[in-house]
Design a protein around this ligand. Structure first.
Ligand code: AVI
Length: 328
């Protein structure tokens, strides 16, 4: 296990903070207001997301996990058919699902190394430590970076064939067009013959989807509200969290789950970082996250439009989640 490569701009924390401050200023001055879910994942937000993945209502992680258990032996044969490869894990997090693949790759004695990438430095630190103990012989190079920076790094530094994983329905957090653009970017950073495994949450009973983002224990609400806490902590905001509530809805025609933070009264919030006030009408909402669901044909078409060819789709037994294998 090599030391982390940190391409986040934490080394230049003031720039990070300035970017975040500008994002918040723009997002809270717009109508309708919005903030990006990519700011959910500070240390506390990453912990809360771990808890979400354990919730009884949040079926996504379990579905993809059981899908992996079911198909990992075939997946590994497909990955390794061309000899040595770099297994690149975009948004690896705790790599719960990837670990099933790592075990299987070792069991089948396939030659590869593992390159997890994530914007959460704490997550990459823990994963490296964890893998060093569980897989002492595995060559691991964790990279802390935003997706695009990470993709540029891998194109410059990884010389062998690549198998890129983008699991967990992370694609769902892009709006549809941005998702296609992102997959096209991945394609542009790959060579013909490289592989791409995309984890997609499929459209299903809207009640099941809604419950996953509106859990009874309120962990998802805390996850959403942590965005305001983070603004308070990092940008000197004075959001009163009791004045905002989490609200989630699913549109079964567009296949999109949307999460909001709703201001429960008319109020002003001050941000030291911007030395500015932002006003909220009573019941005005901030859109904080979209989680898009796809049909198999939609996801296949997205891959094709991005310049990939579909090799095969692996489904969980309920048919609610797919890992789609594409070839560059
Ligand atoms: C990380 N991402 C795929 C999660 C999702 O399902 O959209 C984030 C999440 N938001 C609320 N719960 C989970």
């Amino acid at each position: 296990t090599n030391p982390l490569i940190d391409l986040s701009r934490k080394t230049n924390g003031t720039q990070d903070r300035a970017e975040f401050a500008k994002h918040v200023a723009d997002g809270l001055s717009q109508h309708p207001k919005k903030l990006s879910s990519r700011y959910f994942y500070d240390a506390k937000g990453s912990k809360l997301f771990q808890q979400i993945m354990d919730l009884p209502e949040y079926y996504l992680t379990r579905a993809e996990y059981s899908l992996m258990q079911r198909h990992r032996s075939a997946m590994v044969r497909a990955f390794a058919a061309g000899g040595f490869f770099h297994l690149v894990d975009l948004g690896a997090g705790d790599a719960l699902k990837t670990k099933l693949l790592l075990q299987e790759l070792e069991r089948q004695q396939k030659p590869f190394d593992y390159v997890p990438m994530d914007i959460s430095g704490s997550a990459m630190q823990e994963l490296s430590k964890d893998l060093q103990q569980a897989h002492p012989d595995l060559h691991v190079q964790a990279v802390v970076a935003e997706y695009i920076t990470g993709l540029q790094w891998l194109e410059q530094h990884l010389t062998e064939r690549k198998v890129v994983l983008f699991l967990g329905s992370n694609i769902g957090n892009f709006e549809r067009e941005e998702g296609l653009e992102f997959i096209s970017q991945i394609r542009r950073h790959l060579q013909p013959g490289d592989l791409f495994l995309l984890g997609v949450d499929l459209t299903k009973d809207p009640d099941i989807i809604l419950a996953a983002y509106n859990d009874a224990s309120g962990v998802t609400a805390a996850f959403n509200l942590n965005l305001l806490e983070r603004i308070n902590r990092e940008l000197g905001g004075n959001f009163d969290l009791d004045d905002f509530k989490h609200f989630a809805l699913y549109d079964p025609q567009l296949g999109v789950m949307k999460s909001f933070l709703v201001s429960q009264c008319e109020q002003e919030v001050y941000l030291e970082a911007n030395q500015a006030r932002y006003s909220f009408a009573a019941w005005e909402a901030i859109h904080t996250e979209s989680s898009h669901k796809y049909t198999l044909p939609q996801a296949t078409e997205m891959g094709r439009s991005a310049g990939f060819e579909l090799v095969t789709s692996y489904l969980d037994e309920k048919g609610g989640f797919a890992d789609m294998l594409f070839k560059a």
